[in-house]
Design a protein. Structure first.
Length: 232
């Protein structure tokens, strides 16, 4: 809000205010750190570590419920609240299958769904291959996290190019406003404002497209909404 107001006071252009507000909201996420990617990788690695913890606990002849309770306090920080909630529901007497479905909704991750499906398959009966299955899922998670890191590294060039384009464009616009205001007088007219709106829209569309191609496409979840359906 302050940014758009300052731009309007400096330029006197009505169209510049909403364009500045849009830029202030949109550009930090495009030009700054990819926090969504970092959170996703941290969650995947946490699920992998927790899956390995479950495998090791089950290998010590513990039951599935006991393994879930035992790992609640030592689960990686990125998913510890969800694991602790699941353990709490089990302690309160909720059916294991229901607690696992709600855990899947809490993790909200396709890989987490695969782990929960493996646990659901073993719930209520002995599964001698569960430890091997969990080990395979943990390896898959590690590989997925590595793939995302490589993808992010290759896409860093796109983000660098966007930073250069944005910095050059903003630097030129600020320089003209400060040093050569007369050059921008055509934008003071109604037609000039329409042209400015068109140019701003083109830039916004281009930046939105760049953001889209640099985003990682998440696979579809297998247990989306399962917990909600059970409690409805």
């Amino acid at each position: 809000m302050l940014t758009s107001l300052a731009v309007f006071l400096v330029t006197g252009w009505p169209v510049a205010a909403p364009l500045a507000a849009l830029a202030a909201w949109f550009l930090p996420s495009l030009l700054g750190r990819d926090k969504d990617h970092e959170r996703a990788v941290a969650r995947i690695e946490a699920i992998a570590s927790w899956t390995e913890q479950l495998r090791d606990t089950l290998a010590a002849a513990a039951g599935l419920e006991q393994a879930l309770l035992a790992t609640a306090a030592t689960a990686p920080q990125a998913i510890r609240p969800q694991i602790a909630d699941c353990a709490g529901r089990i302690r309160r007497g909720q059916r294991l299958s229901d607690a696992l479905h709600e855990l899947a909704d809490g993790l909200a991750d396709p890989l987490g769904d695969l782990v929960v499906i493996a646990l659901l398959g073993a719930a209520g009966r002995q599964s001698g291959r569960l430890a091997d299955l969990l080990a395979g899922l943990a390896r898959s998670a590690r590989e997925q996290a590595l793939m995302r890191a490589r993808t992010a590294s290759s896409r860093a060039r796109i983000r660098t190019s966007v930073r250069i384009v944005v910095a050059t464009t903003l630097g030129m616009a600020i320089g003209l406003v400060v040093l050569n205001r007369s050059y921008l007088q055509p934008f003071d007219t109604a037609a000039g404002q329409l042209v400015l709106l068109l140019v701003g829209g083109l830039f916004a569309g281009a930046f939105a497209w760049l953001r889209r191609i640099s985003a990682f496409a998440e696979p579809a979840r297998l247990l989306a909404g399962a917990g909600t359906e059970l409690t409805s």
